[in-house]
Design a protein around this ligand. Sequence first.
Ligand code: NA7
Length: 530
Amino acid sequence: MSEREYDVVIVGAGFAGMYLLHRVRKLGMRARVLEAGSDVGGTWYWNRYPGARCDVESMQYSYQFDDDLQQEWSWSERYSPQPEILKYAQHVSERYDLRRDIDFNTRVTSAAYDEDSARWTLTSEDGEKTVGHYFVMATGCLSAPNWPKIDGLDSFGGPTYHTALWPHEKVDFTGQRVGVIGTGSSAIQSIPHIAREAKHLTVFQRTANYAIPAHNAPLDPEREREIKAHYSEMRARAKTTPGGLDVVYNQDSVHDASSKEQFAAFEHNWQRGGLGFMSAFGDLMMEQSANDIAANFVRDKIRATVNDPATAETLCPKNIIGAKRLCVDIDYFQTYNRENVELIDVSEKPIEAITPSGIRAHGIEHQIDALVIATGFDAMTGALTRVDIRGRGTVPLAERWKDGPSSYLGLAMHDFPNLFTVTGPGSPSVFSNMLPTIEQHVDWIADCLGHAQKNGYKTIEADAEAERVWWAHCQDLGKIGLKTVTDSWYVGANVAGKARVFLPYFGGIPAYFKKCEEVVENGYEGFSFG
Ligand code: NA7
């Protein structure tokens, strides 16, 4: 076993880890990235299920730190598919020669802080130790797969695929009877593809989901030229919106519009497609009666698409629209018009068991040859708590967070000196266009390391009081409006036994970015340097 020492050790070679490596190199620091996968790409490396693609338009879901990079890269579609985003990540790693500082196939299992040397020692699965003065978890918000607790899951005789751990080679469902558990974004993207191949597809739905059409298409070269000619303006506009997307948000109340105007606004957003649907009015997430109008519009669209009225009703979500992350679909609801697709509602009675040859629900065993688990992630905290991280004292992070996490700005925690989290709980992260938000966090962390380097500091740590106040603020923001009314992974409700706590920051990108800037302007307010 070798002991390797670096200025910065980064866990994860997704978009966050790659950019951070690039930034800290520029500070003249020695850095090492430890990555569980065999290549770069993070979420786009693991989520290879059929139909996987970004739900943010690719011209916006891309790096902006280097204008040459954003000018030279061309996306082929409005919403790029996973293989193309992975190719982009690989291109970036080559363009900036990143791979030479990345250890692949290296899953970190523990990290311990030594107060005397002010250093972290990370241990990977094979026992190798890596020491870093600074330690950054760039492990993503949606990266720890969530397996459902269903009796007999291990007894299934055929192949089982989790959407977040999809094989690298093509999975061919031709002629097979396939069962899909879950109807979140991953299922909604993959179901139309699986249905086209499979002999029979049975979908087990616990909660119906809202999906807005992507209206995906090849990227119009004229539009690409236009965006590239004014790229920085578009990026700047996006930073003025709550979700960091270049979408015009109407602040008016839906109640001030006539029925005709309401319909026109929703129809406009429906035809444009994508995540910006809720930008039609300003109060859709604030009160139930406003939300109902948007929800009914989408339910009517589902009823108009799905031929069988009973299936259409089962597919109509009953909960608040927007409280769970909206899905962006391509032919999802249309898929239920196929003869070979069957929908089983398990909302009232859960799936009873998985057997060696099928899935049993409502006393009926549905025979399948292949099982697809599309049950999502232990979001925002799972990737952090699954590593045994011990800061000052011996209490592991997972233990400390058993009643819910806490963090200062989603960037750092008291008692964990020299540790940073990229897009950690308490930051806008999943409420925003992730790539620009990742860049903002990485820039902040790299600038902070540069500040410590310039001033000869050895330790950086969030103050307990600053963390307490910030976290309380995040929880207060979560109580505004309808965001936390529905069970969702935003509040940890999708993982059995997970504390119900509002995980992201809900104050919007402009307020968050401003706060991060003010912290720096005020001499890194809320942080102590040693
Ligand atoms: P999601 O959105 O968490 O969806 C998981 C789905 O799996 C959801 O429909 C769950 O129902 C369902 N689920 C979970 N456990 C069970 C059991 N035991 N039985 C039946 N159904 C179950 O994960 P995705 O991977 O689709 O998407 C995650 C994010 O990635 C997405 O928001 C995008 O931002 C990208 P539930 O709703 O919990 O009742």
